[in-house]
Design a binder for this molecule. Structure first.
Ligand code: GRF
Length: 206
């Protein structure tokens, strides 16, 4: 079965990467396999999670000269079919996306178009939601284009805001109840679509 080879990009603890790893191990990602983790700095939790799962991880510092060239080389060397930004803080250029020429997904911790775009990441997103006083927030998986959080929406999941929430408690609930649920679901949807286009498992078993 030709599973789509997925590269996961991370900048932090890697809990969204872990959700993808757990989904694959539970058989909930039948059309894809996590083949590479790209970390934009050393010593982050995502690298440990990759190592524990036996997934190759490469560190390509985002601020270094030629970052996108190095990432494109790693994607080519590992025959990657699609990318997933999972707690990744970098912004990929239009030129990079054109040259990679494959689907790239991102998980954003709000219901886009609320609380998204330049400067909205991590706890800042949840602080903005609490400051505004929304009663419902959530997470969004969308395709990546050159506009931060601007690509076509794939999946969203809503989460209730509790009266005594802090940005940290809200972030935790959005991760547990939304991000870690819809990211693996979206990954499977896009991987299955790639396989259909490539004449994947269905044809092979025909
Ligand atoms: C989470 O808030 C996620 O929504 C955002 O980055 C934070 C950490 O993600 N994209 P992770 O634990 O590194 O996956």
């Amino acid at each position: 079965m030709s599973r789509a080879r997925i590269a996961v990009f991370a900048s932090g603890g890697g809990t969204n990467l872990q959700a993808l790893i757990d989904a694959e191990q539970a058989g909930a990602l039948p059309d894809g396999t996590i083949a590479l983790v790209i970390a934009d700095k050393p010593g982050i939790g995502a690298i440990e999670r990759a190592e524990r799962a036996g997934i190759p991880a490469v560190v390509i510092p985002r601020k270094e000269e030629g970052f996108e060239e190095k990432v494109l080389a790693a994607l080519r060397e590992n025959d990657i079919d699609m990318g997933i930004l999972a707690g990744f803080l970098g912004i990929l250029s239009a030129d990079f996306l054109r040259r990679f020429d494959a689907p790239v997904l991102n998980i954003h911790p709000s219901l886009i178009p609320s609380f998204c775009g330049k400067g909205f990441y991590g706890l800042k997103v949840h602080k903005a939601a609490l400051d505004y006083g929304v009663k419902v927030t959530g997470a969004t998986v969308h395709y990546v284009n050159e506009i931060p959080d601007g690509g076509k929406i794939i999946l969203q999941k809503a989460v209730e805001v509790e009266p005594d929430d802090s940005p940290a408690t809200l972030q935790r609930r959005v991760m547990e109840q939304a991000e870690w649920v819809i990211l693996p679901q979206a990954a499977q949807m896009v991987a299955a679509e790639l396989n259909r286009k490539k004449g994947g498992p269905a044809q092979e078993n025909a």
